[in-house]
Write a protein that binds this ligand. Sequence first.
Ligand code: VGL
Ligand code: ZN
Length: 210
Amino acid sequence: MTIDADRGALLVVDVQNDFCPGGALAVPGGDEVIGPINRLIPAFRHVVLSQDWHPADHVSFASNWPGHAPYELVEAEGIQQLLWPDHCVQGSRGAEFRAGLDADRASLVLRKGARSRLDSYSVLFENDRTTKTGLDGWLRSLGVEELWLCGLASDYCVFYSAMDARKLGFGVVVVRDAVRGVDLPPGGVDRAFEAMRGAGVRFVESGHVA
Ligand code: VGL
Ligand code: ZN
């Protein structure tokens, strides 16, 4: 598959300490995405890094739900909310980009999930599915038509970003060796790939990109 540096943008999703081994919400092999991502970055003119960026009283933290534990499902503001361990707290070390990620060439750092009562998996819409992050307008004003997705996690933030991008009419490519998943509940990664394929997302290995 060929990269069009002007029409395409690389979206590096949530490559943060808390999603890497040793982090609060570690994704198995999470840091293994950094090598392929660093090799892809120079091929794009538009590189966006996203950061999961929660206040300490965030609705997605099980610690803010007395009597509940991480990975339980609750309802908040009419939205199904999966509870997580505290992660990516604004300004914390866990929220920083993983050391080794070549963040310098990014033209935009997008922070999401910053409102206490609203979670955001997708880099395009928050979890109420209507509040925009603003990334859509940024991309369109630059003439970007195709999004190349990499990062963490393939069954949450990468998945929701890919599905929203397809709904908004972008071409979407997921770089297979540059994503890793939580796989909770088990099988979630396979289901996410199936759903993305059904939505017209294309897949490529970073070594097969020109
Ligand atoms: C994510 C769970 C909770 C992600 C963020 O980046 O995939 N997953 N918050
Ligand atoms: Zn989060």
